[in-house]
Design a protein around this ligand. Structure first.
Ligand code: PEP
Ligand code: MN
Length: 463
């Protein structure tokens, strides 16, 4: 056996054994650094065993797909493509049903069609799906009345029910997280490769959604696309490209007991890939330059995102670029800005100017959700659709003013008709929130609000 192959096998099977000094150098360095937002497993040995078992499971994505995505994202950074990234704030195990997965995929496909047709730009489709199970929390505990329990950290860690048993971190959930991600990804691949995503189905994606003027606007667009396709077919064009779509999986790489054992050495390149998803990002709360998450992700080949909140300085940004993308590789680094509608026009242009003047060209993506949270007097966590729209507009305005590329949006959405965000064409008000509020974490745009946002972004992109 080639001596290096031995190291690689050892590294795949046991994530804790020291890594190959050459290709795996430092992959476990994060263990020596300060780390945030990890659960306390009551049974540490069981957690270690679950992680070791995960290390023996097959990869969820193929490294070649990850490399292809990096190339696609490089185009978006140049202004020649646009990233559409969307899905739940927190996926749940119970929510991984065929209907819910299909509705989310359909919504992303519809939004992509609106963008592609409206702005004539290739759209990179990416779900916050098949692994978005771990959540950072602002407090380690939650108190209701006189009972205090560990906070809910996502289905991959503990249960949402407010009982001591359910809130206890359970390492068996790591394995369930993997299997749920695998079955979700399997269905996504079936939908997007097996005919469902064929552009000739553009009308059928809208079926089953409620009667609303926006659906009619979408139908009008679908009709135009149909006509264009029929014309091209009659003219003898070959349509292999429209039969299937590339659809990428992404989540926040938060839980190290999941990400590390799912990091493998690709046999083609000899380099480490986090094969839990094509794209992984670092959250606003874990992006410390000297912390464990940034160090770990600096060592995997995947394209990486970093959330940037309103307190981000140009210095923070430069240090993240140097650490995560020292080679300035096109498509490697995405900054996902989440400033809040009231702040984006003050904060973002300065960062863009600084990046531009140093010749830095990361992909810039807008998350118009996480800077715009509010809680109603009745206790619902919500967001105003108008604020979401305003932040997206501020994002485009900032890029136009500085001369950089507005490269994508990152949204929390569902394909279902939930009532979690205020406003939109259905004019959801505070009283309506209670009728169908299902998110266990942050409020999501429903199907109609998502489509409405896509029409708006298409207009901005077309300017
Ligand atoms: C999220 O994307 O759900 C999230 C927690 O975002 P942020 O890290 O930007 O707060
Ligand atoms: Mn969220």
């Amino acid at each position: 056996m080639h001596p290096r192959l031995g190291w690689i096998l050892v590294a795949i099977i046991d994530p804790v054994i020291p890594a190959d000094p050459f290709t795996l150098a430092g992959l476990d360095h994060w263990r020596t650094l300060p780390i945030k937002q990890q659960p306390v497993w009551p049974d540490a040995e069981a957690a270690r065993a679950a992680s070791a078992e995960l290390a023996t499971y097959p990869p969820l994505v193929f490294a070649g797909e990850v490399d292809q995505l990096r190339e696609r994202l490089a185009k978006a950074a140049e202004g020649k493509a646009f990233l559409l990234q969307g899905g739940d704030c927190a996926e749940t195990f119970a929510g991984a049903t065929a209907d819910q997965i299909r509705n989310r995929v359909k919504t992303v496909l519809q939004m992509a069609v609106v963008l592609t047709y409206g702005a004539s730009v290739p759209v990179i489709k990416m779900g916050r799906m098949a692994g978005q199970f771990a959540k950072p929390r602002s407090s380690d505990t939650e108190t209701r009345g006189d009972v205090t329990l560990p906070a809910y950290r996502g289905d991959i860690v503990n249960g949402y029910d407010f009982t001591p048993e359910s809130r206890q971190a359970d390492p068996a959930r790591l394995l369930k997280g993997y299997h749920t991600a695998a079955s979700t990804l399997n269905l996504i691949r079936a939908f997007t490769q097996g005919g469902f995503a064929d552009l000739r189905e553009v009308h059928s994606w809208n079926r089953g959604f409620t009667d609303n003027p926006l659906n009619q606007r979408y139908e009008g667009l679908a009709h135009d696309i149909d006509k264009a396709i029929r014309f091209m077919e009659a003219a003898g064009a070959n349509f292999d490209e429209i039969k299937a779509v590339e659809f990428y999986a992404s989540h926040e790489a938060l839980l190290m007991d999941y990400e590390r054992p799912l990091t493998r050495i690709d046999s083609r390149t000899g380099l480490p890939y986090d094969v839990s998803a094509h794209f992984v990002w670092i959250g606003e709360r874990t992006r410390d330059i000297d912390g464990a998450h940034v160090d770990f992700l600096s060592r995997v080949r995947n394209p990486i995102g970093v959330k940037l909140g309103p307190a981000t300085t140009a210095d923070d940004m430069f240090r993240l670029i140097d650490k995560l993308d020292p080679a300035r590789e096109p498509g490697r680094l995405t900054f996902i800005t989440r400033m809040g509608a009231g702040k984006i026009r003050d904060v973002l242009p300065g960062l863009l100017e600084a990046a531009k003047s140093h010749g830095e060209t990361p992909l810039w993506v807008s998350d118009p959700m996480h800077g715009n949270g509010l809680t109603t007097p009745t206790g619902y966590k919500t967001r105003r659709f108008d604020d979401v729209v305003d932040e997206v507009k501020g994002f485009f305005e900032s890029h136009r003013a500085v001369g950089t590329h507005a490269g994508g949006i990152h949204v929390e959405l569902t394909g279902d008709d939930v009532t979690e965000c205020l406003g939109g064409s259905e004019m959801i008000d505070e009283a309506t929130l209670a009728t169908r509020y299902e998110s266990l974490c942050d409020p999501r745009l429903n199907h109609m609000q998502s489509l409405e946002l896509a029409f708006l972004v298409a207009e901005e992109l077309g300017q």
